[in-house]
Design a protein. Structure first.
Length: 330
């Protein structure tokens, strides 16, 4: 079978497409014929050895996939050949076939196409866990999303609206903000590209306060860098700041700000949550499928590529050009 492989650390140009042996299903496993893989920022990081997980090489990138079961191993219950499933193994998905633990697979609802199924679990799972379990949002609160037109960002925008929040989208360009407004955001802020000087940081803080009538209840930060501190400065009393990701760099924060606002800085690690709190994770997935069935959330896919074009797809995220989801189709 064909596979996109990382054989040396580096950018998308270091990836190769190679013929490798087909996988077989061990006990408790299924083999899935991959139909779609969505691209996520961890793909950009993992191939450069910049991610918290460093698989032994050669490995295939690709955090999440959707496909059809073609083989069922011993001791597998509840799955059959021909079933449509999605999964988020973290890496290894940019291949024609993949062996997965059956327990890590979710049946795909009939009405959900493969490209949307491959774009569902990681983005909505992360943003839902962040808003529901980590920020404990309540309807009527305000939410500012940094990087709102990205994968997890746009999921946070849609989920914020579905949860009754007033959502302000923050992005680096007007066309990204326009996409967020089309997807339901109540207001949008265009911020400059890095580096931001003190005046620009103050301006961003003031823009957030103006958009929320004085201060914001919850910040969803999937960007980091120079954007973090001004967002914390715009928080309300007892606000919550969700630490989700750092494409713009890992920021430092003056801790006196948390005292002055009596606010919480809350870490979000969805992958670890799925393993440490499987019951709550299962509940969350059921809620997300119900929201999808109701039309409250829907992956917004802007670009589709072939397996051979996977390096180009990853480059799109790396160069900050992606809007919504980018998907590789097989
Ligand atoms: N904590 C968790 O459990 C969890 C789970 C999933 C993902 N994540 C993390 O969340 C972050 C976003 O992931 P994603 O898949 O949604 O990525 P994405 O689709 O590429 O979105 C990232 C956004 O970050 C902004 N950005 C700012 N500086 C950037 C830079 N130098 N390069 C690229 N983008 C930059 C961009 O928005 P603007 O141009 O509008 O600023 C972009 O839309 C990543 O750091 C990822 O590792 C965390």
């Amino acid at each position: 079978m064909r596979a996109i492989l990382s054989t040396d650390p580096g950018g998308p140009d270091t990836l190769t497409i190679e013929e490798i042996a087909d996988p077989t299903a061990g006990p408790g496993q299924v083999v899935v014929d991959v139909k779609a893989v969505s691209v996520n920022f961890p793909d950009v990081l993992i191939i450069q050895d910049l991610y918290q997980v460093k698989p032994p090489r050669p490995f295939s990138p690709g955090c999440e996939l959707a496909g059809v079961i073609s083989e069922v191993g011993d001791d597998v219950h509840g799955f059959s050949v021909g079933d449509r499933v999605l999964a988020a193994p973290g890496h290894g998905a940019m291949v024609e076939r993949i062996a997965l633990d059956a327990s890590a697979c979710q049946p795909i609802p009939d009405e959900m196409p493969f490209d949307e199924a491959a774009s569902f679990l990681l983005t909505y799972g992360t943003s839902h866990h962040a808003l529901k379990n980590r920020a404990n949002v309540t309807a009527g609160e305000s939410l500012f999303v940094l990087g709102a037109a990205g994968g997890v960002g746009l999921a946070a925008v849609q989920l914020g609206k579905a949860m009754g929040l007033r959502v302000i989208a923050g992005c680096s360009s007007q066309d990204k903000v326009d996409l967020c407004l089309d997807q339901g955001a109540d207001a949008g802020i265009v911020y400059p590209r890095q580096p931001l000087d003190r005046d620009q940081q103050k301006a961003l803080s003031n823009q957030i306060k103006e958009a929320t009538g004085g201060g914001v209840d919850v910040v969803y930060d999937a960007v980091g860098g120079d954007y973090t501190e001004p967002s914390v400065r715009a928080l309300n009393w007892e606000g919550r700041f969700l630490v989700v990701g750092f494409p713009a760099g890992i920021p430092k924060l003056p801790l006196n700000l948390t005292l002055l606002k009596s606010c919480d800085v809350v870490g979000v690690f969805w992958g670890a949550f799925t393993m440490m709190q499987p019951k709550q994770h299962a509940e969350n997935i059921s809620e997300l499928f119900a929201m999808y069935a109701d039309g409250a959330i829907k992956p917004f896919i802007t670009d589709r590529y072939s397996l051979d074009e996977a390096p180009t797809a990853i480059r799109q995220l790396m160069e900050r050009r992606a809007k919504g989801k980018v998907v590789v189709l097989l």
